[in-house]
Write a protein that binds this ligand. Structure first.
Ligand SMILES: Nc1nc2c(c(=O)[nH]1)N[C@H]1C(S)=C(S)[C@@H](COP(=O)(O)O)O[C@H]1N2
Ligand SMILES: [Mo]
Length: 313
């Protein structure tokens, strides 16, 4: 990494953001902005990813051992790049993630488009080591870097009509080859009830394993909802819209009998084509019992008291 002889950004910005700012400064001063995106974001090479400053949030982190970086970045679901687990790492390299912004709008008093730099400064970046459970029956343990979604939502002042939050992924077929096919209705849309969205476990992810997100994991910003099936955690988002009515999510539209709006991890509600009672942790052979709410029941069960989780699956 090139060096520059200027005031350290750490002297002018809070501790938790200066890692990113230092990097951006070095990139623009030392190398110019024409550097191919792949050099910044090749997920198969951890050292090429920009490091993030963060504080560990132990209270919300599992102490289970984390999944290998290599597995978490090469075995992915990101249909924008293809349906094979190995497609995202292969075909996401040329996704341009700078500049990037997220439009936060809808039922809010103060709609705003936030650029990535603003997003990184909303709150201290925390490490949250979360389990991620895919509806397909496998799981991982990933150290995410992010901050609570509630901190962003507060800034735009939701109106009394805001009952749901809708997340939209980038639509850019020229760089997302899967969007030239019709495996799903593009762009990818996911949603949460507002109380789920502002729950302290729900975060916006900016990184993993101490560095920014590799493209295949949803660079530069994604949603992470650890008690729900992985598909609720939309990647590479460009829009957050607060709505009065329940969003039509991509997987509900694709297959309503298989994928409901709630999609809480639930060993008692089978997918029509397979049981959800067991799961396999990537890196292990044995199967383990699936935990209700992916093991986060003590934090989130209250959100669903009185709701029939077989009906609202
Ligand atoms: N935009 C978008 N987001 C997405 C998906 C996708 O295909 N497109 N796949 C989902 C699924 S099914 C899972 S299991 C997780 C996987 O996240 P990971 O690859 O970072 O482990 O991303 C989710 N987010
Ligand atoms: Mo998934």
């Amino acid at each position: 990494m090139m060096r520059i002889n200027q005031i350290l950004p750490s002297e002018i910005t809070p501790q938790y953001t200066w890692g990113r700012r230092k990097f951006i400064l070095q990139m623009s001063v030392g190398l110019g902005l024409a550097l191919p995106n792949s050099a910044r974001s090749a997920g198969d090479n951890k050292t090429s990813l920009e490091k993030l400053e963060f504080i560990k949030n132990k209270a919300y982190s599992t102490t289970e051992s984390t999944t290998e970086f290599k597995s978490a970045t090469s075995y992915n679901n990101f249909y924008e790049f293809g349906t094979d687990k190995s497609d995202p790492i292969k075909y996401s390299r040329n996704l341009v993630t700078k500049p990037w912004s997220v439009n936060v709008h809808g039922e809010v008093l103060a709609p705003k488009r936030f650029d990535l730099d603003e997003l990184t400064r909303i709150a201290p970046i925390e490490e949250r080591i979360y389990r991620l459970r895919c509806v397909e029956g496998w799981s991982m343990v990933i150290p995410w870097m992010g901050f609570p979604l509630s901190k962003l939502l507060k800034l735009v002042k939701p109106t009394a009509n805001a009952k749901y939050v809708e997340f939209t992924t980038l639509y850019r077929p020229s760089q997302m080859r899967g969007q030239k096919t019709s495996v799903l209705d593009w762009p990818y849309i996911e949603g949460l009830r507002i109380d789920e969205a502002v729950h302290p476990l729900t975060i916006l992810g900016l990184g993993m394993y101490g560095s920014v997100l590799p493209n295949q994991n949803g660079a530069p910003i994604r949603v992470i909802v650890p008690w729900k099936y992985g598909f609720k955690s939309a990647k590479s988002i460009v829009s957050i819209k607060l709505t009065e009515t329940q969003p039509q999510t991509t997987w509900m539209v694709a297959s309503p009998k298989e994928y409901g709006f709630y999609s809480n991890v639930n060993p008692g509600v089978r997918h029509p084509r397979w049981s959800q009672a067991k799961e396999r942790r990537i890196g292990e052979f044995r199967k383990r019992d699936t935990l209700i709410f992916n093991g986060y029941g003590e934090y989130v069960a209250d959100l669903y008291s009185g709701l029939d989780l077989k009906k609202y699956f």
